[in-house]
Design a binder for this molecule. Structure first.
Ligand SMILES: [Zn+2]
Length: 319
């Protein structure tokens, strides 16, 4: 403890680098995971203990070469230690994405789901139930840095971009509903097929597009004075269901309603996993958002649990 390097808090913050190659918390987490002290890791990498402390506290940027050495010493993919960009909150540049597939292609068999209820409350179609626990018991880290897989992997475990998804059983009505969480299969299906997240029927569309309802903080920057776009993981909603949700849903504080004429698949949210010594994959303890087709080296260590769409051509909507 006595050898900790406290950041020079008395000094002006101009010494802290504005860009970092590493994600400081990720380095600390990966180091502690294998039981190294900072001194031991510094020695293994060939840098001073002080520099290692500054890398972990974010006061110095690790050089790409040092970050590779750290990853090698900790036996973890360098992608896990790299700075994650928070795309959905501070990056409005164009990212690779593609338009949602036309619902007509995918809506061939419209099996109208029955609305489930819990007591007097209607349970949203996309809501998760406690009987639908994810099963990652067969998640493994493939050898030679090849990324995550299931030991008995099936084609449906990956999406069309090759990203691996958490396995979740589909048993709506089992256990009790978790109103604030979405079931990843129904969430993705509703976003891709443009189904109402509450009633599960095709979401209504007008000349301004589909209706999306979200908390303001989730629909990042969607409704600033000039911005006409935002990101959301919430599927569209039909106006009667939106009114019901605003009235009944205690989790929906500060609701924002927009129409988007052009919702595009952007990427996934979920988490990174890193290989353990026995080829098991263990989670990096933070949720992340990852754009599709942007960083294959990150994608292969990512387990997706929700789809994220980029809402463009947005117009404020009233209920
Ligand atoms: Zn509806």
């Amino acid at each position: 403890m006595t050898t900790e390097q406290p950041p020079p808090r008395q000094r002006p913050p101009r010494f802290r680098p504005s860009t970092l190659h590493q994600e400081p918390e990720a380095v600390t987490w990966a180091r502690e995971r294998v039981g190294f002290t900072k001194r031991a890791l510094a020695a293994a990498v060939g840098i001073s203990e002080q520099l290692m402390g500054e890398i972990e506290s974010g006061w110095r940027s690790a050089t790409p070469a040092n970050l590779r050495k750290i990853a090698s010493a900790l036996n973890c993919p360098v992608a896990v230690l790299e700075r994650k960009r928070h795309y959905a909150s501070d990056d409005n540049t164009t990212r690779p994405n593609h338009h949602l597939r036309e619902s007509s292609d995918l809506m061939s068999t419209t099996t109208q789901p029955a609305q489930l209820t819990w007591g007097r409350l209607p349970v949203p179609y996309a809501a998760a139930w406690t009987g639908e626990e994810p099963d990652i018991s067969r998640l493994i880290a493939r050898p030679f840095g090849a990324g995550l897989a299931y030991s008995d992997e099936r084609p449906e475990d990956r999406d069309e971009h090759g990203v691996l998804w958490a396995r979740i059983p589909t048993r709506p009505g089992s256990g009790r509903p978790v109103f604030e969480a979405m079931h990843s299969v129904r969430q993705r299906e509703a976003l891709l097929h443009r189904l109402c997240q509450v009633c599960g029927k095709p979401a209504e569309r007008n000349e301004q597009g589909w209706l999306f309802l979200s908390q303001y903080t989730h629909l990042t920057r969607a409704m600033g004075d000039s911005a006409d776009q935002g990101f959301t993981s919430k599927p569209p909603i039909c106006p009667p269901c939106a009114r019901l949700a605003v009235e009944l849903c205690p989790h929906l504080t500060d609701p924002v309603c927009v129409r988007s004429a052009n919702p595009r698949v952007w990427g996934v949210s979920g988490g990174f996993y890193v290989p353990n010594h026995d080829a098991k994959a263990i989670p990096y303890p933070a949720d992340e958002n990852l754009p599709y087709r942007h960083r294959p080296d990150l994608e292969k260590w990512f387990l997706a649990s929700q789809l994220i769409v980029h809402l463009t051509k947005c117009t404020p909507a009233n209920l």
